[in-house]
Design a protein around this ligand. Structure first.
Ligand code: MF3
Ligand code: CO
Ligand code: CO
Length: 276
């Protein structure tokens, strides 16, 4: 029998994306108390995998994900520690006091929608430096989100993010970016985290995409490890990332990847309305 994906109505699509976003964020809520000195990244992956598959009945999108030119990703979440920028593969690495780690979760719901979100975790007593990098990156993500409304451009988002990170003396990774998301993982458009106001594609009500700046404490240059996935800073400086999935609404933005454990938006964005 032939199977096909029926094109959803707008209301169905938004409902599907809200559910996916909330579930992805709830995986981060679930794993938070386990991110402690002594735990391995592999154990965090195993716990998240079990939670997604057994409790939520979602599918971890990273597992066996294979974009053209890559080997299949072997685990269910990404764990990016210290100088790892993104796509860290969970394994035997033991988290120790002072580490900072990004956990990146993407779920596929039973109805076929993707929700993609990541948070930074400071393990035990983190350095002032690691805290500041995480905080500035979090603010940069939200300043990008605050630009989202019909008629704004991709350059407006990128500019807000880039300006904040660079003012703090940090650099923006260029090789990886946010992306359209919906009934597929990585879709058009690319949401780059640098740019100029008013330049690039204009946003339209109903679009869904991620904003996920990767910010390095040192230079922006990257190097990819022999596993072909793990991306590190070339100068071994610390790197941080936060990610939300967003919906363009009639008047602004709805952040879809929110749940009870989401940290509140930073003070610097003021009174932005970001939920339905
Ligand atoms: N979740 C990542 C993103 O934000 C993509 C991870 S792909 C993987 O786009 F294969 F490494 F999991
Ligand atoms: Co992600
Ligand atoms: Co993403």
């Amino acid at each position: 029998m032939l199977t096909e994906t029926k094109k959803p109505t707008t209301a169905e699509f938004i409902a599907g994306m809200r559910e996916a976003g909330r579930l992805a964020s709830e995986v981060l809520d679930y794993i938070t108390p386990f991110v402690k000195p002594g735990v391995t990244t592999g154990e965090l992956d195993r716990l998240c995998h079990e939670y997604m598959v057994q409790e939520q009945k979602t599918i971890p999108a990273p597992l066996n994900y294979q974009p053209p030119g890559y080997p299949p990703f072997p685990k269910s979440i990404c764990t990016s520690v210290n100088d790892v920028i993104c796509h860290g593969i969970p394994g035997d690495r033991i988290l120790k006091d002072g580490d900072s780690v990004n956990l990146d979760i993407t779920v596929i719901t039973p109805s076929g929608y993707y929700g993609d979100t990541s948070r930074m975790f400071l393990v035990g007593d983190a350095s002032i430096m690691a805290k500041r990098l995480s905080q500035i990156t979090y603010e940069a993500m939200w300043l990008g989100i605050a630009q989202v409304k019909p008629g704004a451009t991709l350059g407006d988002i990128g500019h807000a993010i880039q300006t904040h990170a660079e003012q703090a003396g940090y650099s923006i990774v260029r090789e990886y970016c946010g992306h359209g998301i919906g009934q597929v993982f990585h879709d058009e458009p690319q949401i780059v985290h640098y740019g100029k106001p008013g330049i690039g594609q204009a946003l339209v009500e109903g679009m869904t995409f991620t904003i996920e700046p990767m910010v390095n404490a040192g230079k922006r240059d990257i190097r990819t490890m022999p596993d072909q996935w793990t991306v590190k800073t070339k100068d071994r400086s610390l790197s941080a990332q936060w990610e939300h999935t967003c919906l363009v609404t009639a008047t602004g933005v709805e952040v879809l990847t929110l749940s009870a454990g989401s940290p509140p938006p930073p003070e610097c964005i003021g009174s932005l309305k970001f939920s339905a």
